[in-house]
Design a protein around this ligand. Structure first.
Ligand code: PLP
Length: 401
């Protein structure tokens, strides 16, 4: 048989999907499983979104669309980002993708030649590493452990940018930690970025509407508008609007970068489907009550998860202020044995595996995000499942010795 390309050997199947699959299998075998594993929003968009899609279907043009996207969708993106202070952009600064993941992949292709360096903080969203490996970039990881609230410091950034990576990739609010950078923290990092003009900066900020406690969302271009010529902001409808399966992501950034992504699309996908674009316009321009209500609900769920985490001796759990994840350091359990099953727990993978088998609770091992001391709890499950799921985690800790 002929060989596959070498890049395929470098890309790994998602560890998150593997846990989700195992949970699904146990469920199909009749086990009572509560899943905190997958980062799907668990709500649907409003009826106006479905109606817009139906109308688009009824009036199908039967044509290919613009590689960049319809004017209506681009204008809806611009209006949407204006509301979070991302101003000064026009249609020429935008490009779309089949979800933010595809936008990030296209950006990697557009900005990184083989062997160029991309630097990003750990914990990181799993696909960053795989995307970098597929395009054969060098990865520089910037470790940000729980002792620094999983946040990058200006000194760390300075050290990384002094080595002139081609790309610095930043994620705020963070998946997997849920941490949100304050205005001052973003300002201090922006001051460092301003000193290093050789590096593109991608801000993957798809959770920007899911920010709690009034901390607000801040971007480097808010702090230093001149960085607009190097910062590429990435957003998505997946999480904010409960539309992960519709696959709509976009970027706003320098015209030359947007054009590069449009060119990639002209060779990959041509355009997002017309029906999807119409649904996106409706979601972005229509009533915002669903996303706003969900954000309030996630904040309350964050509190519930944190109450339990704070009550478990030995667990270190920085308090998230956004997205829908909590990322406790559970390394206090390593080296212990789970009494009822007799299973030893050497690391995060054992921890999540024994927890799933013993208590029917699925969480994702932190090593999937480059932080093997932790595990990720995604709390988008139906509200009635949250309390029992968290109680099972508390009980599980009580059964370790
Ligand atoms: N970036 C981050 C930080 C994510 O958590 C995700 C999805 O989980 C994505 C990008 C991809 O989102 P999309 O569904 O728009 O491809």
């Amino acid at each position: 048989m002929p060989q596959l390309a070498r890049r395929i050997g470098r890309a790994k199947p998602s560890a998150i999907m593997q846990i989700a699959e195992k949970a699904k299998r146990l469920k199909s075998e009749g086990r009572d499983i509560i899943s905190f594993s997958i980062g799907v929003p668990n709500f649907l968009p409003g009826e106006h979104v479905y109606e817009a899609a139906r109308q688009a279907l009824a009036h199908d043009s039967g044509q290919y669309g613009s590689n960049r996207g319809s004017d209506a969708m681009l204008d809806a993106f611009l209006e949407h980002i204006n509301k979070i202070g991302m101003t000064g952009y026009g249609r020429v600064n935008l490009a779309t993708g089949v979800g933010a993941k595809h936008v990030l992949y296209n950006l990697a292709e557009a900005l990184l030649d083989e062997g160029d360096t991309i630097a990003f903080p750990t914990p990181y969203w799993t696909s960053y590493l795989d995307i970098a490996e597929i395009v054969n970039a060098k990865v520089e990881l910037l470790p940000c452990g729980p002792a620094q609230d999983y946040k990058l410091t200006p000194a760390q950034l300075e050290e990384a940018l002094a080595k002139k990576p081609r790309v610095f990739l930043f994620n705020n609010p963070s998946n997997p930690t849920g941490m949100v950078y304050t205005k001052d923290e973003i300002g201090a990092l922006a001051d460092v970025i301003a000193k290093y003009p050789d590096t593109w900066v991608i801000t993957d900020d798809i959770y920007n509407r899911m920010v709690f406690d009034g901390v607000g969302y801040h971007n480097f271009v808010h702090a230093r508008p001149e960085l607009r010529d190097r910062v590429i902001f990435v957003d998505s409808l997946s999480k904010t609007y409960g539309m992960p399966g519709w696959r709509v992501g976009f970027m706003a950034g320098p015209e030359v970068v947007a054009q590069a992504v449009v060119t990639m699309n002209s060779n990959h996908i041509t355009n997002l489907p017309e029906i999807v674009q119409a649904a996106a316009v409706a979601a972005l321009s229509g009533p915002q009550d669903v996303p706003e209500a969900k954000c309030a609900e996630f904040q309350a769920k964050r509190d519930q998860v944190m109450d339990v985490m704070n009550s478990i001796p030995g667990v270190v759990c920085p308090r998230p202020q956004g997205a829908f994840y909590v990322f406790p350091d559970v390394s206090c359990a390593f080296g212990k044995t789970h009494g009822p099953t007799g299973k030893a727990i050497a690391n995060d993978v054992d921890f999540c595996s024994v927890l799933l088998e013993a208590k029917g609770v699925a969480c994702v091992p932190g090593s999937a995000f480059g932080e093997p001391r932790a595990m990720r709890i995604s709390y988008t499950c139906p509200t009635p499942q949250l309390e029992p799921g968290m109680q099972r985690i508390r009980e599980f800790f009580g059964e370790l010795s």
